[in-house]
Design a protein around this ligand. Structure first.
Ligand SMILES: Cc1ncc(COP(=O)(O)O)c(C=O)c1O
Length: 432
């Protein structure tokens, strides 16, 4: 029995048993969660406006997802995908492809966003026979070596890990709030597109490029939203040169922006899509989704993994798609997002420390500025600390931590949004 007590004691100090590389936003040890709330081991309730970094879109422990996990765990947990097929992975793939355009009709199951990025890049290289990748500044695609190589949200993510994979070229992503373009603001996206085209003059021949990888909405790098024109021109440029377009929907997908996939807002369809985070309500499931013709270029055995398509994980994914559909969570995200954005704009009008409010659905951020317009991570820290004192969890975004993400579970209701806006107003006032 003494051993049990010791183990409990060890749990009380994560810094002793887990490396500091994790970094932590809060000192909380959580006990359980339900809907938009989590309870710590002392029984205190916190509103989770992080969704575990945009993961628990169906809310913590949605009963339908819990039931699917429990039922599947009692049937079979691991049925390795090279050896056995099973109903959860097939059902989840069917439900996924019911939400995507006709050319996104096959699913390769993986276990994390980074792994999906690796898979998408490998598929693009094999399918085109070309070596190079174009990525976009501020983007984040994960922490494995190929994923780091196409990531530029902040130097800390890739620094000290070189050499990464070669033949990656970066163009700027439209960061319209901080655009260096001096002409008419409505033309700024064309400036960004011209910078992309210029890569072909200065750096790389188009027929060496296998794919462009774009976060449909940049997440970690600051919640940056492209214009429809820019994304459509990127699509056209890819078509012109036989380059594949990979859209990373890891953070922006699964109803987060008020549509199932963020690319639906821009009327652009990728050749390859990556999905993760909200895909299985917190089980580690991700996917590379593409057309059968492209997928067929992957010879059997040239890619794979032990756990991809895990039975319990994909049972949770299938249940997640059912909840999304039956409760119209994308629709709720769109409606709640409007109320949230309007409330945030009212707070911004009173507190100029908020330089920008931007969002789609419940993928929302506020960017904090000093009076001269420069990034203000100090204010961000204070707002997050004050919100925490008011029992509300928030996380940052942006290269300098100049933004705060507001990403509640998509089951959030109007009363909870209004309560949050009161909390946020007090927090911003405290930081001003
Ligand atoms: C857009 C995007 N792509 C990829 C990843 C990597 O996902 P994971 O942490 O599951 O490897 C993330 C994680 O934040 C992400 O936001």
């Amino acid at each position: 029995m003494a051993q049990t007590v010791d183990r409990d004691q060890a749990l009380l100090d994560p810094a002793e048993i887990m490396p500091r590389v994790l970094g932590r936003y809060s000192p909380l040890q959580v006990d359980h969660g339900k809907g938009i709330y989590v309870w710590d081991v002392n029984g205190d309730r916190y509103a989770d406006f992080t969704s575990g970094i945009a993961v628990v879109n169906t809310g913590h422990c949605h009963p339908h997802v819990v039931e699917a996990i429990q039922d599947q765990a009692a049937k079979i947990i691991h049925a390795q995908a090279n050896i056995l097929a099973h109903s959860p992975m097939l059902r989840a793939a069917t439900l996924l492809t019911e939400t995507t355009p006709p050319n996104l009709n096959q699913v390769f199951w993986t276990n994390s966003g980074a792994e999906a990025t690796e898979g998408a890049i490998k598929l693009a290289k094999v399918a085109t026979g070309r070596p190079a990748i174009i990525a976009f500044k501020h983007g984040f695609h994960g922490r494995t070596h190929a994923a780091m190589a196409v990531t530029s949200s902040r130097a800390k993510v890739r620094g000290h890990y070189e050499p990464l994979i070669p033949s990656v070229y970066f163009a700027p992503f439209p960061y319209l709030f901080r655009s260096p373009y001096k002409g008419a603001p409505e033309d700024a996206d064309l400036y960004y597109f011209a910078e992309l085209e210029a890569l072909f003059d200065h750096m790389v021949m188009p027929d060496d490029v296998a794919a462009m990888i774009v976060e449909t909405v940049v997440g970690e790098g600051g919640y940056l939203f492209p214009t429809t024109r820019w994304l459509q021109k990127v699509r056209e440029l890819c078509d012109q040169h036989g380059i594949l377009l990979i859209l990373d929907e890891v953070q922006s997908g699964m109803g987060r922006t008020g549509k199932m996939w963020a690319f639906e807002h821009f009327d652009v369809v990728p050749d390859i899509m990556t999905a993760a985070k909200g895909l299985a309500s917190g089980m580690p499931v991700s996917a590379v989704v593409s057309d059968r013709k492209l997928m067929d270029t992957w010879a059997p055995g040239s890619h794979g993994g032990t756990y991809g398509g895990n039975a319990v994980g994909t049972a949770a994914a299938a249940a997640t798609f059912e909840v999304m559909r039956d409760e119209d969570l994308p629709g709720n995200a769109a409606r709640m997002g409007e109320i949230l954005m309007q409330g945030l704009r009212e707070i911004q009008a009173d507190y100029p420390v908020i330089g920008d409010v931007r969002g789609l659905g419940l993928m929302v951020a506020t960017e904090f500025v000093h009076p001269d317009g420069s990034p203000n991570p100090e204010a961000v820290k204070k707002v997050i600390a004050s919100a925490f004192e008011q029992k509300t969890l928030l996380i940052t975004c942006g290269t300098y931590d100049q933004g705060i993400r507001i990403v509640p579970p998509l089951v959030v209701n109007e009363e909870q949004i209004r309560e949050f806006l009161d909390v946020y107003r007090r927090a911003v006032a405290a930081a001003s």
